[in-house]
Write a protein that binds this ligand. Structure first.
Ligand code: 3UK
Length: 541
């Protein structure tokens, strides 16, 4: 495999070919030219298509057209190249909430042939340090308000690879000794000579911490980015140029990168970016920007619906849920409140975006959906053999994107016979719908029974007093493990023995009796990752 990069660090650290998944390009629209830069495809091409004067990004502070974003990105790219000595293949860390400047910086980096390493704003110096060392980051672009943790991380790094740090959106930037990308960009040229990358060159490293452990960096190329823009959005989401996208996932989470930046731009639509995205902030944003396409996680849908924050009169027309399994009761609540059927989809950082999903017409409550065009999926047993319909096993998928960790032993665990194995227990039914069971390592084995926590969670969520819940296995001498539920009660309900019994009876009445939660602990909130996932390992401790 060749590269156009001059700095070949990532290229030199891709997994060996025998540990890579099989890539398939069965759709004609996935035949990309060998030379391609996805930033040019999505941004410069939008101007060529005549979208220049359309709104691209809005936020509290400003509105940018496609032309504005191109100008900003080109000016930043010139500064990166001419002042900060960016070389093709260098890794550039981005640290910001979801802001227009973060998007401009992302495009600037990718246009210049750099590799964007977007990070979540809540990360602390220790976590940033791990990322900088792992990816050998040479440049960082950071919102001035978030500078302290980054500067600390830079000092603490073993590798000393991070040499150029630049800031934007400083309130008062006079002679503070720091480099200010936005100020420098003002006097730079709006014309930029885009880097002629190969389609297979890396353009982003997406970090994923999984449930525990040292973060892994997944390698994605220009072709991967264009592939995810081609498959799920065209065949499932089907947005229009008039759509206004909004949502909660950070751009550093590939769910957010795709849903809030890449996909709207692919269709000439626009995005309203929120720096904070609690359910209340989302609601305010939906009203203010008359948003039509919402991307968020299951809990956010549940909260918006339960608290009566949303109604049928909203501007929304499409709602996408990912990151965690969407419980049937949450789908129903949302439909009752808004009249909208949620589009569920499972994606992973390794696969870059969604590969199993169903649109509004095909949605089947309790199932994630069917395989997205361009991908293939099956269920494997523990030995890696394909299982027939109806049997629970390991979800395996392949398509135009796939898992490539940057120098990481865990690569071998994700790939089986060319399939990407996501770590999820699923079953496929006779109609090709995929039904989520649990994470494979979260399966509870009690008295010899395999119990999938999410099934019990779904049942508990239909209890009228329950706000949120999570189910884990608790070690037990007699049974191996017992089912334990952590429950957040709805406002105004107080925890006592009668509620415990009422929830237990509710489960026993609907599921096989061995599945009922023998223990229930009431909590104020559930521990979650920044991407909205319940941290079950914390509950098990
Ligand atoms: C779980 C789901 C059931 C599942 C992601 C959309 O979540 C994303 O990526 P991550 O790497 O996590 C992947 C894991 O999350 N999961 C995600 N979506 C669903 N489980 N139903 C779902 N709809 O365990 C999976 O293995 O953080 C999601 C797009 C891009 C993404 N990166």
């Amino acid at each position: 495999m060749k590269t156009a990069h001059l700095d070949t660090f990532v290229h030199d650290n891709v997994p060996p070919i025998e540990l890579q998944p099989e890539f398939i390009f069965e759709l004609p629209e996935l035949e990309f030219p060998s030379e391609m830069n996805c930033a040019v495809e999505l941004l410069d091409q939008a101007i060529s298509k005549g979208f220049g004067e359309r709104i691209c990004i809005q936020c509290d502070r400003l509105t940018w057209t496609y032309q504005d974003l191109l100008d900003q990105a080109n000016q930043m790219a010139n500064v990166l190249k001419n002042e900060l000595h960016l070389t093709a293949g260098n890794r550039v860390l981005l640290r910001s909430a979801n802001t227009p400047e973060m998007v401009a910086a992302w495009f600037a980096v990718v246009k210049a042939g750099g590799i964007a390493v977007a990070t979540m704003p809540l990360l602390r110096s220790l976590e940033l340090k791990q990322i900088i060392d792992k990816a050998q980051v040479s440049h960082a672009i950071c919102d001035h308000a978030l500078k302290d943790e980054l500067l600390n991380a830079q000092k603490e790094c073993e590798s000393k690879s991070l040499v150029h740090v630049s800031f934007f959106n400083a309130q008062d930037s006079h002679q503070d000794g720091l480099h200010h990308l936005d100020l420098a960009a003002k006097s730079a040229s709006k014309a930029f000579e885009n880097f002629a990358s190969l389609a297979t060159d890396c353009c982003i490293l997406a970090f994923t911490s999984g449930t525990t452990g040292v973060p892994k960096a997944t390698i994605h190329s220009h072709r991967d980015v264009m592939s995810i823009c081609t498959c799920w959005p065209h065949y499932v989401l089907k947005p229009q140029a008039s759509d206004v996208f909004i949502g909660s996932p950070p751009i550093a989470f590939t769910f957010g990168l795709g849903g809030l930046i890449l996909f709207p731009m692919r269709f000439g639509a626009s995005v309203a970016l929120l720096e904070k995205a609690s359910p209340k902030d989302l609601l305010k944003g939906i009203k203010k920007y008359k948003a039509t396409v919402l991307f968020t996680a299951p809990t956010s849908y549940r909260q918006l619906a339960l608290e009566g924050l949303i109604d049928k009169g909203s501007s929304l027309r499409k709602c996408v849920s990912a990151g965690e399994a969407l419980p049937g009761p949450t789908r129903t609540l949302w439909k009752e409140a808004t009249g909208i059927e949620i589009i569920d989809g499972i994606g992973t950082t390794e696969m870059l975006h969604i590969f199993i999903s169903a649109n509004e017409d095909e949605a089947l409550p309790g199932a994630t959906g069917k395989i997205v065009k361009g991908y293939r999926a099956c269920i494997l047993d523990d030995e890696g053999k394909e299982l027939p319909a109806g049997e629970i096993g390991h979800l395996a998928v392949k398509g135009p994107t796939g898992c490539r960790y940057l120098s990481d032993d865990r690569q071998a665990k994700y790939i089986k016979n060319g399939w990407n194995v996501t770590g999820d227990a699923y079953l496929m039914d006779e109609n090709g719908y995929f039904h989520y069971q649990s994470r494979t390592d979260d399966m509870i084995i009690s008295s010899g029974y395999n119990i999938a926590g999410p099934e019990i969670e779904t049942c508990i969520l239909t209890h009228p007093s329950v706000g949120e819940c999570a189910v884990v296995g608790e070690p037990d001498d007699a049974r191996g493990a017992i089912v334990k539920a952590f429950v957040v009660l709805k406002a105004g309900v107080s925890p006592d023995a009668s509620i415990t019994k009422s929830i237990q009876d509710h489960v026993k009445a609907q599921l096989a009796p061995y599945k009922y939660p023998r223990k229930i602990e009431f909590v104020q909130s559930l521990p979650r990752t920044e991407t909205g996932k319940i941290q079950r390992f914390k509950l098990r401790q």
